[in-house]
Structure formats: structure tokens, C-alpha cells
Design a binder for this molecule. Structure first.
Ligand SMILES: Nc1nc2c(c(=O)[nH]1)N[C@H]1C(S)=C(S)[C@@H](COP(=O)(O)OP(=O)(O)OC[C@H]3O[C@@H](n4cnc5c(=O)[nH]c(N)nc54)[C@H](O)[C@@H]3O)O[C@H]1N2
Ligand SMILES: Nc1nc2c(c(=O)[nH]1)N[C@H]1C(S)=C(S)[C@@H](COP(=O)(O)OP(=O)(O)OC[C@H]3O[C@@H](n4cnc5c(=O)[nH]c(N)nc54)[C@H](O)[C@@H]3O)O[C@H]1N2
Ligand SMILES: [Mo]
Length: 732
């Protein structure tokens, strides 16, 4: 089971082998006096950690008075969090004490009716356990039970949900990730895996290109590092179809046609080659396939072609290439937004190649920085605690694509030859809000007999469930969190008692295990009586503890956070994890997955004549996917979705600021207010993804499950082309 999760590269499921190369000493910590951390008396301060699927993974100091959270702030011991939180983080007290939280286990009379009836935990466990046993009895297998879980909480203990499923028998699993897999595959082919330079080293860059990322919204703490770099004289360039808040803070903004980044990277590389600015020495020593790559540039790439593809003037491409090649070191931040295209993986490979041919790999302040999982050296005890019960039938879990989950569920349930999906467990996931093809999600849910969702909030997915289990917030339990961007690991201490009747996912797993074994001894292997603090302690191996210079895992409680060192410059040792051990401009592995072996240009999707307007749905400032935007404090700042449209397109369509607009794709439509702004392209509209409380609205009613080109090597399934979506608009 663990190998499933490792293979899928759910953010956070790193291989234990990734431990290799990790080293750290306690002397790296800033000397901040945290003697108050466990002060006696009614007021105490504890270390918390934000577990959301976010680059920043912040370490938090929580002040508790008489058992109530009074105040939270960023932990200064963590130089990345640097004592500050984002606007979402600062709403946590509202999150914890919101009256909207799910308080008790409840069953719904009819799905979608909103008629919920409070039940006890014992009744809930009884219903669930009896259903599991009935399915086993009927089918001789637990394969009809499916899990849909992703990124609501990246606490390492959240993987206890996968462990829980494994402890029942073989089940059906949503495999892959909707988020970042195309880029992971690209870097897997080029470097052997994903490893980025410590983002705190961006201050050492002389030139920084932020390519298809919007950290001013999605990685707020990176912005202060970028700002410091600017103060040191670093030139910051943003490449994006949208003039984002990040672009507004940069020295230069380059508007690119969506899905053409590969052409820009190749055009820049062609200029560098034509002017003999490439680093031949580095390529000869560290890479394979560079001759073939340079030949491709010589014979197939011109600046005029790159300009025509990207909409970026030749002169701008030339200057960009010249500046990038001259500034040593130069760093590129490859965002997740830009790889959500049908050619996104190929584009990332072209950018990697640009960084490599210009001698920017393995140097401090350089890099083609995408993500990392090297600091995730946990034991995954919560996940591995679930072993198959004796006598379980079957040959393994059944994998279905997380990026086409509803359609695959329907295909299975409409095919009498397949074992149907009769029960669905949803945790750390809001598929009805976050998956594409929302209407198909509703149908898929209808085809499943029994749906249990564990969450903190009533949301679109909970509304379509039979049973809801109240989950506690991070402040009410323990945890251990790492980032996929920086190299800090944070402990999350329990700050307050769980509110109402809420429990953590692992406690729920233990409760079900107890009930199953009561009803049918030996039917579940999950442990039943461990404290959450014990679970946390078990996540750090002796070797891992020593890497931090600790004697015991509890040493992390002194500062709340600890850093893995050795990553100032990714790949500085020149030991690439590819089959050849070199950087691979030419990757046979890439070819074996049906792609071109070289980082060549792959054509972008053709714009359909009937729907000529591109829809971009990137991530939202005041929410993290379906989280935070529902909170009262956040609603008071912003409470309704909108569509951004360029004044030229707006005029053509008779749309004014505040007009209601019907936006239609070939699978659905939404009605939404217009916001007229020059910050978006003339041929596209922008609707930010996320969930708005008590509104039927969701941009994913428009979005098709179009696969990205890559992802299946590292994660088992291709990514999603969230930004290759085309619509029509009309004023209502
Ligand atoms: N149109 C469009 N759609 C997108 C994207 C896009 O760019 N455009 N981005 C995609 C990306 S990158 C991602 S990563 C996905 C994210 O998709 P999801 O992982 O589904 O997103 P979240 O809304 O963060 O989390 C889901 C739920 O987890 C719950 N939760 C929080 N903590 C816990 C916990 O401890 N236990 C349990 N059981 N539940 C908990 C939250 O309350 C929330 O309801 O969305 C994707 N969807
Ligand atoms: N506030 C907030 N923070 C978040 C999240 C959130 O929902 N809200 N989500 C978290 C998660 S799960 C993720 S994956 C990250 C994502 O964080 P980012 O990597 O910043 O990703 P996005 O916001 O999806 O997209 C970034 C930019 O990519 C641009 N883009 C789209 N297509 C193209 C293209 O073809 N070329 C170029 N050059 N750019 C393009 C979009 O216009 C957008 O401005 O953020 C994390 N942090
Ligand atoms: Mo994501």
C-alpha cells in the first residue's frame, strides 16, 4: 500500500530513500527566545503548523488562555515563515471557533436535502463497520470501497486514512494528483526527480524569472525573499498571461500567450547558442544528449517562430536571453500554473534545458526550481499501520484516475462485468468543488450506495454524502509537517481540546478498527489505542532525528521547527538521479512514456472556433482551494466570485463593470459578475477557482477533464490541463 502512495507522489508521500543526503544541525536555527513556549499558568504558547497544500507550510506560535486560542502569529525560529502569516493563516481563530463547523457525526435523510440528524460516534462507527462487513460478505472483497483523498491536510498523520483503508483489505483508490504531475515527470526525465534549491537562496540570484507562478498570492512568504533580492539588485521578471500581483511587483512583466512557454524557452536557448553564450563545459561534464538538443535548436528553432508562437516581440526575447545568460547566477521559478496544459510537461522540459545549457544548474542562486520531496523523510507509521487483515481476498488495490474520477466511477458502475463501487470515503478532499466536470461528479456520487465524508465544514461534497464525520482542526490534535518548496519541518502540538465531538482522521481510523473487531474479530488491523502524540513520535526514525542533530524527536518541541540543510544549490554534487546519472537533454525514459526524447516544442491546443475565448482558473488570494473563503472574517473582505475580462473584449460583448455574464463551455455554464481589467489577456477570461459559501457557483462546471501531457511516470496518472479550456460569453 505504501508503494502505491509513494508512486503517486501525492504531495508529501516521498520515498524513505529520499532521506539520503539529508543533513542538518541545530545551530542553523535563529536564536529566538521561546522560553515562554510552555510557560506555566493559564496562558501558554505552543507551536502549531499550517498543513494546507501551500508552498509556505508555516510554523505558527499559538497563544492559548484558559483553554481558548487568543492569538496566533508566525514562528520566528523558522526563517522562511519569519514571524509572519498570510491573511488566510491569520483567520485561523475564526476557522477554529466558527459556528459553521461540523460538530457531531450526522446522517442525512436524503442526499442534498440538508436534513441532517445528529448521531453518536458509536452509531456512526456501527453503520460504517456493518457496511464494510456487508460488502465483504456480498463480494468476497473490499474492492467496492473507494477512497478519494487529496490535499486538505498534509499533516503526515493524515496518511493514516490510507492506512485505515489498507487495514480493511484491498480497496479502490483515486490515484495521481490534480496539481503538479506534468512538471514532476519533466524533472524526473531531466534530473531524475524533483529537487529545488532552498528558496531562501533566491536572494543570491542576480536574475530571477518567475515563470507561471503567482507567489504574491500563492506563496506570500516567498515574496519577502524576492523583495530582499530586488533590494540587492536582482532583476525580477514575471512571465504569465495575466499581469498578476507578482508581476506588478517585478521589474519586468512579459505577457505570454498561454501554453506557449516551451517556444519562449527554446527561443531564448537559440539566441544563447547563436551568440555562443552557452556553458559547453558544464554540458560536456554533466549531461547527455546536449549535441542532439543543440542541433534541434540550430535546425528547428528561430526567434521569429518563437515570437509568433508566444506573442513576445523578437527584441524582447533577445534581451531576455542576453540578460539571463549574462547574469550569473540566474534562477528560474517554474510555477505549477504553467504546467496545467496539454503541453505543460514539454514546456517544463524546455525551461529545464535552458537553465542547464546556460550553466545555471548546481549553482547557489541558480536553478530550475519546481519542487522537492527530499525533506519528507518520515516513517509514515500512520499510513503503514494498515496491513491487510488475514484471509483478505484479491490481488491488490484497484486504481482509478483522480483526474477523471467521476467518469471512471460511472464507467465501472455501469458495467455489470466490473466489481461496482458501493461505498466512498472522502477525506482531505472536496471533489465536487475541486474536480473538473462538476455535473459528472454529481452523477458519479448518485451511482454510489453509501458515501462517508470526514471534514470540518458543510461543503458541496458533504451535501452529497450520507454520513458526515466531524474532523478537528490542527489546533486540536498533533502533527508533523514538511513543505514541498522550502526545507523546514514543523511540529504541530495540540493547543486546545477538540471542539464539540470532533476527532482527527487517525482517531476515526482507530475507532472504526475497534468496532470492526468487535463485530468480527480479526477483520481490521489498524491499531486502536495510541495517542496522537505517540503517533507523531513514531514518524521520526532515529536516522532522521540524528540528521537534525536531535537526541529525541521531542527536541523539535524547543523551537517548533527544524531545517534540512545541504540544498543551497540543488544538484551541486552533479549526481543526477537519472538512469545515466547525468542531466538528460535526451531522455529515453521520457520517450518510453510516449513523448519525444528531447525537450522539443509540442503544439498547444487549437482554439475551437465555436468557443474562441480561453478560460484561465488559477488560484485565489483569499482562499486555498475550497478552504478559508467560507469563513466569516474572509467573507467580510470578499464574498462573491467574479470574472476578469479585458476592456477590449468587454466592449465587443457589451459587458460593463458589474454586468452579469453567462459563461458557457461545451459541458456547462455559470453566471457571474464581470470585473473589467487590463491585467488579463484580450482573448481570455479569468475566473479564480475555489468555493464560496452558500453559492451554487463553481468554475469547474465549465472545466473539462482534459489531460496534461505528462504525469503518469511519477504519479501513475497524467495531470490536468485546467488552463486549456475554451468558452463563450454573453451579457445577461
Ligand atoms: N478549476 C480549477 N480547479 C482546480 C485547480 C485549478 O487551478 N483550477 N487546482 C487544483 C489543485 S492544484 C489542487 S491541489 C486541488 C485541491 O483539491 P482538494 O485537495 O480537494 O482541496 P481543498 O479544498 O484544499 O481540501 C479539501 C477538503 O479537505 C478538508 N480538510 C481540511 N483538513 C482536513 C483534515 O484534517 N481531515 C479531513 N478529513 N479533511 C480536511 C477541507 O475542509 C476541504 O473541504 O484542486 C484542483 N482544482
Ligand atoms: N492563496 C492561495 N495559495 C495557494 C493556493 C491557493 O489556492 N490559494 N494553492 C496552493 C496549491 S495546491 C498550489 S498547486 C500552488 C499553485 O501556485 P502557482 O504555482 O502560483 O499556481 P496558479 O495560481 O495555479 O498559477 C500561477 C500562474 O500561472 C499562470 N499560467 C496559466 N497558464 C500559463 C501558461 O501557459 N504560461 C505561463 N507562463 N503562465 C501560466 C496563471 O495565469 C497564474 O498567474 O499554490 C498553493 N498556494
Ligand atoms: Mo495544487
Amino acid at each position: 500500500m505504501s508503494s502505491f502512495s509513494r508512486r503517486t507522489f501525492l504531495k508529501g508521500s516521498a520515498t524513505l530513500g529520499a532521506l539520503l543526503g539529508i543533513g542538518s544541525t541545530a545551530s542553523n536555527f535563529q536564536k529566538v527566545n521561546m522560553n515562554t513556549a510552555h510557560a506555566a499558568g493559564k496562558t501558554k504558547q505552543v507551536f502549531s503548523s499550517c498543513p494546507r497544500n501551500c508552498y509556505d507550510t508555516c510554523s505558527i506560535v499559538t497563544t492559548v488562555e484558559d483553554g481558548t486560542i487568543k492569538f496566533i502569529t508566525g514562528n520566528k525560529n523558522n526563517t522562511y515563515t519569519n514571524g509572519r502569516l498570510c491573511v488566510k493563516g491569520f483567520t485561523y481563530p475564526n476557522y477554529v471557533y466558527s459556528p459553521d463547523r461540523i460538530k457531531y457525526p450526522m446522517k442525512q435523510k436524503k442526499r442534498g436535502s440538508g436534513k441532517w440528524e445528529r448521531i453518536s460516534w458509536d452509531e456512526a462507527y456501527d453503520m460504517i463497520a456493518k457496511k464494510i462487513l456487508a460488502i465483504k460478505e456480498k463480494h468476497g472483497s473490499t474492492l467496492p470501497i473507494a477512497l478519494d483523498k487529496y490535499s486538505g491536510n498534509f499533516n503526515v498523520l493524515s496518511y493514516g486514512v490510507e492506512g485505515m483503508m489498507a487495514s480493511w483489505g484491498y480497496t479502490t483508490r483515486a490515484q495521481g494528483t490534480p496539481c503538479w504531475p506534468a512538471g514532476i515527470d519533466s524533472q524526473t526525465f531531466d534530473f531524475g526527480t524533483i529537487v529545488n534549491s532552498d528558496p531562501e537562496m533566491m536572494v543570491k540570484a542576480k536574475y530571477l524569472i518567475i515563470w507561471g507562478a503567482n507567489p504574491a498570492w500563492t506563496s506570500v512568504h516567498s515574496m519577502s525573499i524576492i523583495q530582499r533580492a530586488k533590494e540587492n539588485g536582482t532583476k525580477v521578471v514575471v512571465i504569465d498571461p495575466i499581469m498578476t500581483d507578482t508581476a506588478a511587483k517585478a521589474d519586468e512583466y512579459i505577457e505570454i500567450k498561454a501554453s506557449t512557454d516551451g517556444a519562449l524557452a527554446l527561443g531564448m536557448a537559440k539566441y544563447i547558442l547563436d551568440h555562443n553564450l552557452q556553458d559547453m563545459e558544464w554540458m560536456k561534464k554533466n549531461s547527455i544528449g546536449y549535441e542532439e538538443y543543440l542541433n534541434y535548436l540550430r535546425h528547428n528553432v528561430s526567434l521569429e517562430w518563437a515570437s509568433e508562437k508566444t506573442g513576445v516581440p523578437v527584441k524582447v526575447i533577445e534581451r531576455l536571453a542576453r540578460e539571463y545568460a549574462a547574469a550569473k547566477p540566474a534562477s528560474i521559478w517554474i510555477g505549477y500554473g504553467m504546467q496545467r496544459h496539454t503541453n505543460g510537461g514539454a514546456a517544463v522540459r524546455s525551461i529545464d534545458a535552458l537553465a542547464a545549457m546556460s550553466g545555471n544548474i548546481g549553482v547557489v542562486g541558480g536553478g530550475a526550481n519546481y519542487a522537492q520531496l527530499d525533506s519528507w523523510g518520515f516513517n509514515y507509521t500512520a499510513q503503514l499501520a494498515g496491513t491487510l487483515p488475514e484471509g483478505s481476498g484479491g490481488e491488490g488495490d484497484r486504481m482509478i484516475n483522480i483526474n477523471n474520477f467521476p467518469a471512471q466511477v460511472l464507467a465501472i458502475n455501469n458495467d455489470p462485468k466490473q466489481i461496482p463501487i458501493e461505498m466512498l470515503w472522502v477525506a482531505c478532499r472536496n471533489p465536487i468543488a475541486q474536480d473538473p466536470e462538476t455535473s459528472v461528479s454529481y452523477k458519479a456520487f448518485e451511482s454510489i450506495d453509501f458515501i462517508v465524508t470526514a471534514d470540518l465544514w458543510f461543503n458541496a461534497t458533504v451535501n452529497q454524502s450520507d454520513l458526515v464525520l466531524p474532523v478537528c482542526s490542527i489546533f486540536e490534535t498533533w502533527g508533523l509537517h514538511a513543505s514541498y518548496w522550502h526545507y523546514w519541518m514543523n511540529v504541530n502540538e495540540q493547543a486546545i481540546n477538540p471542539l464539540y465531538e470532533s476527532k482527527s482522521d487517525v482517531e476515526i481510523a482507530m475507532g472504526i478498527s475497534k468496532k470492526l473487531n468487535e463485530l468480527q474479530p480479526g477483520s481490521c488491523t489498524y491499531p486502536t489505542d495510541r495517542t496522537m502524540e505517540e503517533w507523531v513520535g513514531m514518524e521520526m526514525s532515529d536516522a532522521f532525528i540524528q540528521k537534525f542533530g536531535f537526541n529525541s524527536w521531542r527536541d523539535i518541541l524547543k523551537k517548533g521547527t527544524a531545517k534540512v540543510t545541504g540544498y543551497d544549490a540543488a544538484w551541486a554534487d552533479g549526481k543526477f538521479r537519472t538512469p545515466s546519472g547525468k542531466y538528460e537533454f535526451l531522455s529515453k525514459k521520457c520517450a518510453s512514456y510516449g513523448h519525444h526524447a528531447l525537450p522539443v516544442y509540442m503544439e498547444e491546443m487549437e482554439v475551437p472556433k465555436e468557443r474562441p475565448i480561453r478560460l484561465l482558473s488559477p488560484h485565489w488570494k483569499y482562499g486555498l482551494h475550497s478552504q478559508f473563503q467560507n469563513l466569516e472574517w474572509m467573507q467580510s473582505v470578499h464574498n462573491e466570485p467574479y470574472m476578469e475580462i479585458h476592456p477590449v473584449l468587454a466592449r465587443q460583448k457589451g459587458i460593463k463593470e458589474g454586468s452579469m455574464v453567462k459563461v458557457s463551455s461545451d459541458i456547462g455554464f455559470v453566471e457571474i459578475k464581470a470585473k473589467v481589467t487590463q491585467s488579463v489577456p484580450k482573448n481570455a477570461v479569468v475566473i479564480y477557482e475555489g468555493w464560496y459559501k452558500d453559492q451554487k457557483f463553481n468554475v469547474n462546471f465549465l472545466v473539462k477533464a482534459t489531460p496534461a501531457d505528462m504525469g503518469s511516470c511519477a504519479t501513475g496518472q497524467s495531470g490536468l490541463a485546467f488552463h486549456d479550456q475554451f468558452v463563450n460569453i454573453e451579457k445577461m
